[in-house]
Design a protein around this ligand. Structure first.
Ligand code: CTP
Length: 443
């Protein structure tokens, strides 16, 4: 795949070397387009050596080859990292006074930007509006992370880790010829996934809980457990040991799980049973994924015998009481370095509605990642395909993918793997090698 990496002028430009390297190691043809300011931080020889391609910055290089549009037309993906406030503004407004600007304008490829700047600049209403404009056009924004910045201040503005940017960027690429899954075999490509979860323990809840009313009836939901099972199988395929806490899984789904030696299935019925099982298995897990549809209410009392019409008459009132929020509890008690992922199935009408419901839910739950999808009478539960938007703890979109539940599971795990690396680093209390982010030197 042909990938353009645009680099704008900030101290975090040195980190973009890791992004270029990560893409090249995955077999991509990478063309680096630095701005003039970026070249003051990291020189062309470094970009040429790491990308294995010549580097141009001026629209007046190789005019005969119409380079100012050729790179963009050929690109399957464009990643801009670091994206300074100035470069974000230029992209948002379609300015094209350099090779990076013309390349982006001439391209129809997915565009991923990874901002890095001082907190005040990031929070400035002008930057906020530019970022909103970009996301409204489908541009993926990765980060920025929170942490120490150049000059000693601390706050959001650090460039995200190169591995995370690579994973999220590759997850954006849609396979134009893929038959059913609309996702390239992965955010990272199959080779990069082999064994990348080796030795890790995952606990995944799947299916839908059932809250009994009497010995023969329950209050439940239509979750089949397919997405949770797809996550478990994908993780096992990448080397993890997986415990699935399974609530009323579809029979075929359960059988598939049972054939995988790396997957243990623990069956539960109600939300309270699911909570107990998660409390038992989650503390030793590296990653916890709450894919189950957990009942929010359960009948206050369960009849010993069948509820009969003769006893109830024309109307029956059932008193329901709240169940515990299992995910929020897991987040509150999670050990350092553990990554906790939640799901949110919403009946929102469009992407904006989905995002605003998802962000509100994220604030309530506090998971590291929340996977949002739309459900309805005919979509979501039980189907083999899905479309999800993954947001992080701050509500930023970190991945967006559609395709089979298996393909979506792989991409979600790519984001999880990248997140695991960062959260382990912070659990170890490792300081970054060099605090970055520019005093915005980009022209
Ligand atoms: N969840 C949970 N415990 C509950 C309800 C939900 O752990 N009692 C988890 C789900 O497994 C999922 C996430 O919380 O990972 C979001 O579930 P969802 O049903 O979308 O949200 P609710 O918290 O139930 O909020 P609401 O129904 O009001 O949208």
């Amino acid at each position: 795949m042909s990938v353009v990496v645009g680099v704008s002028g900030g101290i975090a430009a040195y980190k973009a070397v890791g992004i270029v390297r990560g893409l090249v190691l995955r077999g991509h043809d990478v063309h680096v387009v630095p701005t003039a300011a970026a070249l003051r931080f990291v020189g062309a020889p470094t970009w040429e050596a790491t990308s294995r391609n010549p580097v141009h910055e001026s629209v007046f290089d190789d005019v005969a080859e119409v380079r100012h549009v050729a790179l963009g037309q050929r690109a399957d993906l464009i990643v801009v990292a670091p994206a300074t406030a100035h470069t974000l503004a230029k992209i948002a407004h379609g300015l094209s006074d350099d090779l990076l600007g013309t390349t982006i304008l001439a391209s129809t490829a997915p565009l991923v930007v990874a901002p890095a700047m001082h907190t005040e600049m990031w929070r400035n209403p002008a930057t906020v509006a530019n970022v909103e404009l970009l996301t409204s056009r489908g541009v993926t924004v990765v980060g920025p992370d929170d942490g120490p910045l150049t000059g000693g201040d601390v706050g959001p503005g650090r460039l995200s880790e190169p591995d995370e940017i690579v994973a999220v960027a590759l997850a954006r690429v849609v396979d134009p010829v893929g038959a059913s899954p609309a996702v390239v075999p992965g955010a990272r490509g199959q080779e990069a996934r082999v064994g990348d979860l080796d030795g890790l323990r995952l606990v995944v809840s799947a299916g839908g809980t059932r809250e009994p009313l009497d010995p023969v009836r329950f209050v439940g939901n239509r979750s089949s457990g397919k997405q949770g099972a797809a996550l478990a199988l994908a993780a096992a395929g990448r080397g993890a040991r997986v415990t699935v806490v399974a609530a009323a899984l579809d029979g075929a789904v359960r059988q598939t799980l049972e054939t995988d030696a790396a997957v243990d299935v623990v069956e539960v019925g109600t939300a309270l049973e699911l909570e107990t099982a998660m409390a038992e298995h989650a503390p030793t897990a590296d990653v916890v994924i709450m894919a189950a549809a957990v009942a929010d209410y359960r009948p206050l009392s369960v009849a010993d015998g069948k509820i009969r019409k003769d006893d109830s008459g024309d109307e029956l009132t059932v008193r329901l009481v709240r169940t515990p929020d299992v995910l929020a509890g897991l987040v509150a008690r999670r050990p350092a370095g553990q990554v906790v992922v939640g799901f949110a199935a919403e009946t929102a009408g469009d992407r904006d509605g989905l995002l605003s419901l998802g962000r509100a839910k994220q604030r309530r739950k506090g998971a590291d990642l929340l996977v949002l999808n739309t459900v309805g009478w005919t979509t979501g539960f039980g189907s083999d395909d899905t479309a999800v938007v993954v947001i992080d703890a701050t509500g930023d979109v970190v991945s967006e993918v559609e395709g089979s539940k298996a393909a979506v599971a792989e991409t979600v795990l790519d984001v999880v793997a990248a997140r695991l690396a960062t959260s382990r680093e912070s659990a170890r209390g490792r300081e970054p090698v060099l605090a970055e982010s520019p005093r915005e030197a980009n022209a």
